[in-house]
Design a binder for this molecule. Sequence first.
Ligand code: NAD
Ligand code: UGA
Length: 467
Amino acid sequence: MTVVKNICCIGAGYVGGPTCAVLAYKSPDIKVTIVDLSEARIAAWNSDNLPIYEPGLDEVVFACRGKNLFFSTDVDAAIQEADLIFVSVNTPTKKSGMGAGMAADLAYVESATRRIAEVAKSPKIVVEKSTVPCRTAQSMRTILEANSTSEIHFDILSNPEFLAEGTAIKDLLNPDRVLIGALQTESGIEAQNALVDVYTHWVPKERVITTNLWSSELSKLAANAMLAQRISSINALSAICEATGADVDEVAFACGKDTRLGSKFLKASVGFGGSCFQKDILNLVYLSTQLNLPEVAAYWQQVVIMNEYQKKRFVRNIISTLFNTITNKKIAVLGFAFKKDTGDTRESAAITLIKDFIQENARVAIYDPKVEAEQIYMDLSEPGVVDTQKQLEKNIQICQSAYEAADDADAVVIVTEWDEFRDDQLDYEKIYAGMKKPAFLFDGRLLVNAAKLRQIGFKVSVIGKNE
Ligand code: NAD
Ligand code: UGA
């Protein structure tokens, strides 16, 4: 029976950091070292100011850092020491070459795998934590096996991560399920059992699912595709609601009461963002195309098409409500992160909306409680169009509060559902007093009580409602 005593995690990002920090927190008998090529990221993990904002993360890291949890740039040493290695590197959509704009870029997974093959001096269990196309473990296995000897044997497992940002610690401490896929060989199953034993330090055994490797890889893409599909479904219905007078909240509530459907993930919005939904669906579309399944590819592609449509539809509604022009008007954008309780802006709907506002020559004032100004400038720069912060500063203003953003604005647009933008937390009378009149408010998150704000004097438009 293999007992894991020393774990290395390659990749100290949004997944590797929180996942392995919780693992260390719950398993004092296991030494966990999280490594990354980025010196800045590792320095931040070793400081008081962690590189990721995630509720509850500080407490977990500070409780075990320096005891059984370590952050390092010495990738080779950590690989050599470990019995089990998580590969938790980024797998972004390819920007060029074959499959550009669709396929996952597996260069980082491959280089981490090659590093393991090159420096390992003892047997290792290598665990695919990154989200990858189905059958990636086969390529990793080929690389590892080409370097194995009679003393150095590699087992490969798939253990996709299902945490959501903003609730990562809660999700990791109390996961719906942990999924571990393995080759159905004697040594594959032994490795699988060793990882099951790691998770059962804190996860009830019945929530740890074991499958074959390919089911595990595909289940991760499938879960994200189905979650995103629900959002695109409710967003498609939100357009019908606006055109008919049905109320999307009421429709979601009525549908969600059906226990076969369930109530979660039916919140209409300005469109889903985040680093994974779009990337993973495109990955599934590419896989389907490669497998010569064009109807399957078209089916999933539609989820992304609907998401783009929702963002454009929201912008069109804003422009038409503001008398068909926003040139020189000041638009206050509340929220820049892709969801609340994170500073992550990857694929945030805010980026698409603000770029459209700038194209229309509006002046945009942005406030987000957790996103740094440099990140906003970086996200809004368009190589070849707006290259420098100076050029952008003509169009955008980064603010320190919602009040500053809304001051003298023609319209307030709620893009991220931060609690502090709720009508019981933000003083909307004060916001209204400072705005140009008529004062417009567009709620892309169904966050505020529209009737209450209308009483103050706002002209309110809410996604999926036509009141
Ligand atoms: P990330 O970009 O935040 O972190 C990846 C890290 O890996 C980076 O810090 C990078 O420097 C490092 N890295 C890349 N190649 C390396 C190498 N060869 N050696 C050492 N370090 C290397 O990415 P993330 O958000 O943590 O996502 C990682 C994977 O997990 C992706 O496949 C993603 O799809 C998946 N995932 C992400 C989430 C999420 O909420 N972000 C949730 C579930 C799954
Ligand atoms: C998502 C999944 O929920 C995780 O299970 C998965 O592990 C992760 O992707 C991943 O693979 O990266 P995440 O993107 O962090 O997690 O956050 P979600 O809560 O899923 O939100 C994604 C986007 O959908 C956000 O922009 C959110 O505002 C939006 N959303 C979510 C809606 O518009 N409506 C909803 O009802 C739910």
